[in-house]
Structures are given as C-alpha cells and as structure tokens.
Design a protein. Sequence first.
Length: 502
Amino acid sequence: MSEVLLQMRGVSKGFRGVQALQKVDFTLRAGEIHALMGENGAGKSTLIKVLTGVHPRDSGEIFLLGKKISPQSPREAEETGISTVYQEINLIPELSVAENIMIGRQPRRLGMIDWKALNSRARGALKRLDLDIDPSRPVSSYSLAIQQMVSIARALDVNAKMLILDEPTSSLDEKEVAELFKLMRNLRDKGLGLVFVTHFLDQVYAVTDRITVLRNGELVGEYPTAELPKLDLVARMLGRDPVAAEHTPERIAAAAGTSAAKPLLKVRQLGRKGAIEPLDFEIARGEVVGLAGLLGSGRTETARLIAGADRRTSGSIEIDGHPAALSSPAAAINLGIAFLSEDRKKEGIIPTLSVRENLILAMQAKRGVLRQLPARKQEELAAHYIKALRIKTPSAETPIQNLSGGNQQKVLLARWLCLQPKLIILDEPTRGIDVGAKAEIEKLVESLRQEGMAVLFISSELEEVVRTSQRVVVLRDHRKVGELGGPELSEHQIMKMIASHE
C-alpha cells in the first residue's frame, strides 16, 4: 500500500435542510488514480468543494500527509497542494499559454513582468507533462485537448501534491482521451495522487486503481477497480439489487398491444457530434418508450434532438412516415411534439407568473404575439387542467412559485397537454417531488398512453422506467447499447446492458 496522501473523515455538509454529505470518508494515496463515482445528487461535487475550500464543512476532519488542514478558499487549498481542473476549461483565450499557466504568479523584474522568465517557467511546467508547444502562442490557437493539458500544467505549477480532475474528458475525442490517460498515468507513476470524476464507465476501468462510490450524500464503499465488476458498480451507484428482476404483467400486455403498431416517431442514425452517437429507435401511438442509462449517457441529448432544441449532425427523423426537419422547438411543436425539460426551474416555470399564465404559455407561443388567447379561454383551460390533474393551488391566479414542486410539474404538463400533442417527451418528470406526486404523474402517463399518445420517458430511477415503459432503449457513454421489452424488461437486464463490455 502506498503512502496515504489525503484523508477525509466523517465529513458532513448541509444546505437549507438538504443533507448533501453525511459522515463521508474518503482516502487518496500517493501514486494512484482514484475514481469518485455517483449519480446526480450523490455528493461528488459537494465533497470536492468542501475539500477545496469552496464550502465550509459542518463537521469532520481533513488530513493532507498526516497534517490537519481546513482550506477556506480554492487559493488556500492550492497553497496546501490541492489543485483542481474543472470540466469547463477556465482559461483566458486571448492570453498566451504561458500567461495562462502563470496567471497570478507572473515573475517580475523592476516592477514589470519578466516575459523571458515567464516563458521559461511555462516551458518547464509543460515539460513536466511532456508537452512540446510554443508557450508564447495564444491558448485559443490550440485544440481543446491541448487546452486541457495547459489547465493541468497550471494546476501542477503550484507544487501540487494531488490533482482533482472533474469530468476532464467530456469535450475530448477518443484520441485526445488516450493522450490524457497517458499523462494521468505518468503523473501517477511520479507519485502524484489523482481524483478522477467521470460518468464514463469504460474510462473508469481503463485508467483508475480504486473507486469510491457515493449515493444520496453517503459513502457506499471503496473498492479496488480490478475487484469491482461493472454490474456491481452500476448497482451500487443506483442503489439497486443487481439480481432483482421484477416484471409487471400489465406492462407486458400493453407492450404486446403496441408491438405491431405503425410507428409515430422513427429515428434513424440520429446523432450529434460530441453529444450522442448515431442511434435508431421508434415509438408507436399508445406506447411509452423509456430512455435508461447513467448520468451522462446521452438521454437528455437524445430528447433535445427530437424536440428541436439542438441541431442533429447525422440521421433522420420521421413523424407519421413523413420526414421531419425539426430545426427548432417551434417546428417540433407544429408537428405535435411536446418537450418537458428536466430543469423545471431554469427551463420550465416562470416563477412570478400565475398558474394560468404558465399553463397557457405554449399555446400562446404557438398562436404568436398578434393572436392573443382570449381571457375567457385562458380561464377555461386553467380551470379544466387544475381539476383534471388535481393541481393543488388556491386559485389559477396564484404565482406558480408558491406551489410545491409536484404541483409545478403538473402545471408544466398541463402547458403541453393544452396543445394535444402526438408525442410528449418527459425528461425526469418526477425529479425533486414527493412520493404522492410521483405516483400521480406516473398514473397520468399511463392514462395518456391509453388515450393513444406516444410518450418518451426519461428517468434516472430504473424502477420507475421499468414500471412506466413498454420498451426501454438503453444508453451508455453517449451511445445506444441495446433495447428491452416484454418479459425481458427488468432493472436487472438494464443494469447488465449498461455494464456490458460490448
């Protein structure tokens, strides 16, 4: 066992009643690459921010090389030897490579920047990474992969003892990822400790020595990578029993009824460079098709392509057998496609507007600014859907921000149902709402299916996906890895497919 570099013991952190971390332990050794894994809300980001001084911890202790530390800011963390490279490359494009590496630490002579010394020190930092580039050129003139290397060179130039890499491969292609992994191994072999945060399973098994899994702010466990099968890792991240295999007879019967139906939506080789590899699937009227996969698998990216929110770079989409351009959300709406985004607060509700105003927003947008929806019609629609969806609100004129999360979500569903769409895309429709509201929304999805609507259903909860869908398309690392339906559809089979090596 190599020397213990970092120890975090019993670290807890809460935010306004939400316990983000609960007595979490984490250990990093010198000369190892350690993966930090977990789904949304697992506590990965909070743990890193506590370690780097962004957030003060509520309790617990942190030791670096046996010495107790308590960094109060990222700069203070850097001074102790803890450096971080974030997913978004935070370089200044107009400055040179050398200026970016030495920013805030520029050598001076007679009160002026010593450019010769600055470039010399930058070359030394780049040499440590075996990176042979001109430090005097603007950093924007180099590829994203090189810019990522420059970020690492800057992080290591402060005499770092450990390096945190937060989603460093998200914008890199396969060749660039291979170069980054070569660098990571070299740094590990020189005795550096690396924390690697990623959602790519294959990358975890390609480059890491150990894995720590968090779930719901708690430590699930720490494992040698070679001793933890992928299926077990997936199960620990999701909190599911890897051998569980429940089948719902009602779902199987429903699937049998739609298997021969003519597809409403057909996508062929649909993809977007850097977001989702080309994939095929279909949805029939009266069918719920689920998209399953871990965080970062490409679920939302696929939904956004079908909803016209992002432009595809490959493939085709057909609606009722006719080619569909879907060049914008408006074009998708006109073809009968509704999209309920996963981010209710940023892309859904307008907090200060009333329930009525939020509810009729999509219908008004479709009509255009010159064709105002009559006040009486607005009131009728609001009254109908408040009753039909059992939205708990004092009145239709109550600001939507005063409603619970579950009732806000029902208002957003009503917004799209006003348009009577052929296909509704539901991206995490039950996230952040209570159990009762979840059950009501699932019941609503089933009623929409029975009325003949096509539904694309996305959820990070496998149990919910299996319970709600007739078929499930399984994604991993931005590509489709399989499809399940009928008797073979179960949480166990989805986890096996996510973990498969194929």
